[in-house]
Design a protein around this ligand. Structure first.
Ligand code: GDP
Length: 313
């Protein structure tokens, strides 16, 4: 168990999930949280990561650092997504083993599941079929990470656990329209269309794919909950268990941002996997459930974007 003064390293603390985990740890009374910017510590460098663990000796690790992106970035920068993620996770997980970290949590993604797996996605569907092609390299890296944690546990008796979040959103998200996920992209597009009195907002694809969304503070809450409650070789889906179509999502953001114009669907852009709803009963059985409803979360994310918009110009 993490104690209030345990040394906890959050890798990726500037990102959507890492920043939420730091907020959650701080508000829960943990006092010794280690963070490093990319300029201070290059997680893709084996020797730098080993030196960092040897000097700082973290006791607990949240591995939330990864190269992440939306459907277009994943599809184009295929080699970068595979290579960079393998390097980061291999380095941090091996260093955690070599330097006797008490417990590590690896963050995966719902895209690890086969494209045509039954819905909702249960943890046991891993490796039962072919992956969605647009993000196959990223998913392969994440599957390797889960298996690396499990294999270290089995061979060396470590306490490394993995979690698979659904689509996340919230403060510190990536709002770059070419590389972001759908939620920040649409928030940015609707806010900008309203501010500039544009008549249309373009939504990629057909609008029919379904996605599940979890607010990042709920995700962080679940991560800290599992870090304190679970050890073993099962991994956990983290989500709400409810999804919406991309059209419904766009209409909700439209309502919240007050955009008066029309939606246009650009069918030259990929839809990706038709649906990826998580089965969250394994996590629910331990007593965890999310607390931020979708509309409230979108309001929070829109407000955060409005206050931090200058960063993304
Ligand atoms: P995915 O969950 O891995 O497919 O990644 P995304 O979050 O990037 O995309 C989810 C769905 O939203 C896909 O069907 C996209 O085509 C659709 N979508 C609609 N508008 C946008 C947009 O502006 N940006 C992105 N990234 N996706 C969009």
């Amino acid at each position: 168990m993490m104690k209030p003064d345990s040394k906890i390293f959050v890798a990726g603390h500037r990102g959507l999930v890492g920043s939420a985990i730091v907020r959650k740890l701080q508000s829960s009374g943990f006092t010794t949280i280690l963070t490093k910017t990319r300029a201070e510590l290059d997680l893709t460098s084996y020797s730098d990561v080993m030196a960092f663990f040897s000097t700082e000796k973290p006791e607990f690790v949240f591995l939330a650092a990864a190269k992440v992106g939306g459907i277009q970035a994943n599809n184009i920068y295929r080699a970068d997504f595979l290579l960079e993620n393998l390097k980061i996770q291999n380095n941090v997980i091996e260093a955690a083993w070599k330097h006797q970290v008490k417990k590590l949590m690896f963050l995966g993604s719902s895209c690890i599941y086969p494209k045509l797996a039954p819905q909702p996605l249960k943890e046991e569907y891993l490796l039962t079929g072919l992956l969605e092609p647009t993000n196959e390299p990223y998913a392969i890296a994440k599957i390797a990470g889960i298996k690396l944690c499990e294999s270290f546990n089995r061979q060396y008796g470590t306490d490394f656990i993995s979690v698979m979040p659904t689509n996340l959103y919230g403060p510190n998200d990536n709002f770059d329209l070419n590389s972001s996920h759908v939620m920040p992209a649409l928030i940015r597009k609707f806010v900008s269309a309203r501010e500039n009195n544009e008549s249309t907002v373009t939504v990629w694809g057909s609008g029919t794919p379904m996605r599940e969304f979890l607010y990042s503070d709920d995700m962080a809450d679940a991560c800290v909950f599992l870090m304190q409650r679970y050890s073993g070789n099962e991994f956990f889906n983290i989500g709400t268990g409810q999804d919406v179509t991309i059209r419904e999502l766009a209409e909700t953001i439209q309502k919240i941002t007050g955009f008066q114009g029309e939606l246009v669907f650009d069918k030259t852009k990929p839809d990706g996997t038709p649906r990826k709803l998580m089965d969250v009963s394994r996590l629910k059985a331990l007593g965890w459930s999310p607390s931020v409803p979708l509309e409230e979360g979108i309001r929070l994310a829109v407000n955060w974007y409005l206050q931090n918009q200058a960063r993304f110009k």
